[in-house]
Structure formats: C-alpha cells, structure tokens
Design a binder for this molecule. Structure first.
Ligand SMILES: NC(=O)C1=CN([C@@H]2O[C@H](COP(=O)(O)OP(=O)(O)OC[C@H]3O[C@@H](n4cnc5c(N)ncnc54)[C@H](O)[C@@H]3O)[C@@H](O)[C@H]2O)[C@@H](O)CC1
Ligand SMILES: Nc1ncnc2c1ncn2[C@@H]1O[C@H](COP(=O)(O)OP(=O)(O)O)[C@@H](O)[C@H]1O
Ligand SMILES: [K+]
Length: 485
C-alpha cells in the first residue's frame, strides 16, 4: 500500500485540501443511497450506522454519513476512538443532524438494527488484527447491509490475510485502485461485491495484478496461415499410473484444448488415452526417449513412474510443468533439483502440495495446509523465490507468482471446480500454452483464467455439481468467448 499512499500524497499536493476525501465520500454515499433505495424504496427515514475509526477511513465514512443524513436518513455515528475521530467529518455529520455516540452498548444495538452499516473503522492504514474496541462489531448479529469503506476492517490490504477477526461486508467501495486484499482469500471473501470509485488517482504500477478478457485474448495462441502442428508446439504429458489412469485422460483433455498443435503422451495409461483420444501421439518409455516436445507436463496421477519421469523431464531443455505427485517428489528433492535447468519450470501446487514443497526447501516439518491457505500471496511468493520457478497456487483464490516478483491473482473460477481431477485438466491446459510459446507467468495465468471460466460454464447458473471432463469440454466455448471483442 506504500505505492498507493505515495500516489495519493502526490495528487493531494496538487489539489485543494480534502478534495480526495470529498470525492471518495461522494462515491460512497451514492452507492449507499442506491443500496437503501433498492432495499427500502428510499433513503429518507432509513437507519444508518457509521462505524468510525481514528483515521481518514473514518473520515470518509463520516462525510458519507453526513450526505445520507442530508437526504433524510437517520444516521448514528459510533466513534471507536472518540478523541481521534476525523474533525471535519464529525462536524459535517453534526451539521446534518446526525447522532453521535461513543458508548459501545449503544453502538452495538444500533449496529444490529441498522438498515445499512458503513464500516469506516480502518482502511489501508490498518496494521495487525482489529483492535479490541472494534472486535465486537465483527461478531455482532445484524439485519442490514454492511458497506466497507475502501476495505473490510481487519483485512490486510496488501495480502488478503485476516489476522484475527474482520467485518464481513456485502459491498466494498474501494477508492482509486483495487487493493490486493480485496482479490485474494481469505480477505476477498469478506469484501462482498467490490465497487471501484475513481478519485482521480493515477493508479501506481501494481505489484499484484489480475488479467481481464482482453489481456487473455491477446495472449492466446492463434494459428496463422503458415502454421503447422509442429510450429504450433507439441506438449508432452507424462501422467497417469495403474492406480490413476484417469488423471492421464484429464491432463490430455486439458492439453488438447490448450493451443498446442499436438499432444504426446508417455506413461502406463497409453491404451486408455488412445482409445479415448485417437489424436494423441503415444511413445513408449519416458520423456527422455520421446520425440521432440516444446514443453512437458509431469505428475498428474503420477504413481510409481513419477520419479523417473520427473528426472527425465527436468533434464530436458524445454519448459516443464510439475503437478500433483510430481510435486511431492520435487518436495523430497528440494530446490536443488531445479538448479541446473536451462528452461523455465512451472509448479502448480494446491496448499497441501505447497506445504511439502516448503518443507523440502526449508528442511523440517511441513507447515499446515490451512495456514498456507490463509496466506496465499506470501506462500506463492516464497515458493517462487525458494525454487526459482513460477508458481501457480491453486484453491479458492488462485495466485500465480513469478520468481522475478510479478504476481497475478486469478479473477475467474467457482467453488464447483473443487472436484476431483479438475487440477489435472488445468495442468494439461497450462502445459499446452507453455508448448505454444507463452512465458510461464502468462501460460499459468491464462490457463487459470480459462479454467475458471470453464468451471463456471460447466457448473451453469445458478450452479450444479460438474465434473473435470465437463470442465475440459467447456474450454472451446470459453476460449471463443474470451476472443469475442
Ligand atoms: N490519503 C488520501 O488521500 C485518501 C485516503 N482515503 C481514505 O483514507 C484511508 C487511509 O487513512 P489513514 O491513513 O488515516 O488510515 P486508516 O484510517 O486506514 O487507519 C489508521 C488509523 O487506524 C488505527 N488502526 C491501525 N490499525 C488498526 C487496527 N488493526 N484496528 C483498529 N484501528 C487500527 C490507527 O491507530 C490509525 O489511527 C483509506 O483507506 C481511505 O479510506 C480516502 O479518503 C481517499 C483519499
Ligand atoms: N473453493 C474453491 N473455489 C474455487 N476454485 C477451487 C476451490 N477449490 C479448488 N478449486 C480449484 O479446483 C482445482 C482443483 O485442483 P486440485 O486441487 O489439483 O484437484 P485434483 O488433484 O483433484 O485435480 C484447482 O484449479 C483449484 O484452484
Ligand atoms: K473499512
């Protein structure tokens, strides 16, 4: 958030004092008025509670409360740190005949009864967990909507971590730029619907970004008139075992829809693969003996042969994507196993596999997967640094981190994707994009984007259980949708 603060400071120096806060509060009040009108038919007479902390976040909330009071809302501000409430905001609210209280008991009763609550406890200036005086509001029952000012209080703006409790918002109105904490779980799950209000801030070069349709469309490989299957790229898939032949089919299904010109398969499930997908080239033996490929996918359903397959793929001079059992094996070997590589490596762990990789990097016992899910950004960054590889960390928010420091958060997806085998499809898809020539960060983030859309497409609206094969089957439709201007 340091870059956001610097941009704000620079802009503020050029504007009359308070301009940015006025813009922020006006946008906030407009959203609140829309919500109240939607819920109650009008703003007039509705009950609004403003939770105001000690900084500018509280100032935004108080000014917005004043604007709603001027439209006839019955507004009560609860000051959490009375001696440090924003003086201008407080004066504006009083002038608009808003009520002010410092009593927690009154505040909590008001909070529970309100039609709408403005959470202005703390914004990007928050550090550590919510302070004791604010915690009861995160736990209290309420009947109205909660609108978070800039960020749900208690969520870390930079990382999405929630150290302790946080306010659960229905809507978050964020100012100037999306904070990473609004995009990455667990923080993202506290934010509700996120609305951006422009305040004239030149967005700083973000440390964490998210692709949109147009970005992905620009990345997707499209065959030209001169293309042939080899020039489009061949992706090698080393996957499946006697125990898990299905993983091979799913990884191949993902790879067939990923833009490579051909898919080559090595492994024990060759017969099943060819029966289902006659277009796949099958080779005996491991990656070393297979013909030329432009990228390898190693590990889905890996079983017995995965150690040898991983060693052979890593010894090649083409990009390698390591998934599933391949990651468990890599965790045993540690980062040194990648030290001699001349081409990039892409790791696609879920948090359980991430724990094994971290244990392999640091020695010692693996961290708990749940702890890693609570700190997704830090986990992906640390793995990328330790293994000097691009890391796609899967789960409720998918985060892609490059060893160079770039991080992308995937904005698509649905929890219906939490179905066996959907990760295998993702691995094949991302490997295919690698073979087609995309850089690992682009291949991983474009694959996650398409996979998330395909999951939504397969689950349908309002959503129903789906299968990994259906997710693969939905890829052509979402590919077309992304390419439709
Ligand atoms: N700087 C600007 O130009 C603008 C800032 N804006 C608002 O200003 C906010 C940032 O304001 P501030 O820098 O004053 O910081 P905040 O208001 O976010 O928080 C700082 C205050 O909260 C207290 N605090 C810190 N951690 C806490 C915790 N965990 N629990 C409870 N209290 C805690 C601190 O003691 C400090 O007084 C933004 O999020 C945004 O809402 C907007 O008005 C737009 C313009
Ligand atoms: N709660 C969730 N919300 C959204 N996506 C999820 C969720 N849980 C899992 N996913 C996605 O589903 C896929 C599951 O992959 P993985 O864990 O490898 O499963 P499998 O090994 O069974 O294929 C990943 O793409 C992951 O990001
Ligand atoms: K807030």
């Amino acid at each position: 958030m340091e870059t956001v603060r610097a941009a704000e400071a620079e802009l503020m120096a050029r504007l009359p004092e308070g301009t940015l806060m006025q813009r922020a509060a006006a946008g906030l009040a407009a959203t609140c008025a829309r919500l109240l009108t939607g819920r109650r038919g009008r703003v007039y007479g509705s009950r609004v509670t403003v939770l105001a902390g000690s900084g500018d976040n509280g100032g935004d909330a108080l000014y917005a409360g004043a604007a709603l009071a001027r439209r006839g809302a019955r507004v009560t501000a609860v000051l959490l740190v009375p001696e440090k409430a924003h003086p201008g905001g407080l004066a504006a609210l009083r002038a608009a005949r808003g009520r002010v209280t410092v009593e927690q008991e009154v505040g909590l009763a008001d909070f529970s009864r309100a039609d709408l609550v403005l959470d202005g406890i703390v914004g990007i200036g928050g550090r550590g967990g919510l302070r004791p005086e604010a915690q009861p509001y995160a736990r209290a029952a309420r009947r109205g909507a909660v609108v978070a000012v800039d960020l749900p209080s208690g969520v870390d703006a930079d990382t999405g971590e929630v150290p302790g409790v946080a306010l659960r918002a229905d809507v978050t109105v964020c100012f100037g730029t999306y904070k990473p904490g609004l995009l990455i779980d667990p923080g993202a799950s506290y934010a509700g619907a996120v609305q951006l209000v422009g305040i004239g801030l030149e967005p700083p070069a973000a440390e964490v970004t998210a692709l949109q349709h147009a970005d992905v469309a620009a990345l997707l490989p499209v065959p030209g008139a001169e293309s042939d299957k080899y020039r489009r790229g061949v992706v090698g898939v080393a996957a499946g075992s006697a125990t898990y032949p299905g993983a091979a089919l799913l990884a191949v299904a993902g790879a067939l829809h990923g833009g490579a010109g051909a898919v080559r398969y090595v492994g024990t499930a060759a017969e099943e693969v060819v029966r289902r997908f006659p277009e796949v080239l099958v080779t005996e033996g491991g990656p070393a003996g297979a013909g030329r490929v432009q990228a390898w996918v190693v590990g889905p359903g890996g079983g017995e042969g995965v150690r040898q397959a991983l060693a052979e793929a890593l010894a090649s001079d083409v990009p390698v994507l390591v998934d599933a059992d391949g990651l468990t094996e890599l965790g045993r070997l540690g980062p040194d196993a990648l030290a001699g590589r001349t081409a990039p490596t892409l790791l696609t762990p879920h948090t359980g596999e991430a724990a094994r990789l971290l244990a392999g990097a640091g020695g010692g016992t693996p961290p708990a997967a749940d702890d890693l899910a609570a700190s997704r950004l830090a986990t992906a960054r640390r793995l990328a640094a330790d293994y000097r590889a691009t890391v796609l960390l899967k789960g409720s928010t998918t985060v892609v981190a490059d060893p160079g420091g770039a991080v992308r958060v995937n904005p698509t997806g649905t929890s219906w994707l939490a179905t066996a085998g959907s990760g295998d499809v993702l691995a094949g898809l991302a490997g295919s994009l690698l073979a087609a020539g995309l850089a690992p960060l682009d291949a991983a983030s474009a694959a996650a984007y398409l996979h998330g859309l395909a999951g939504r497409e397969a689950a349908g609206e309002p959503g129903a259980p789906t299968t990994a094969l259906a997710v693969a089957g939905a890829l052509p439709a979402v590919w077309r949708a992304v390419r439709t201007p």
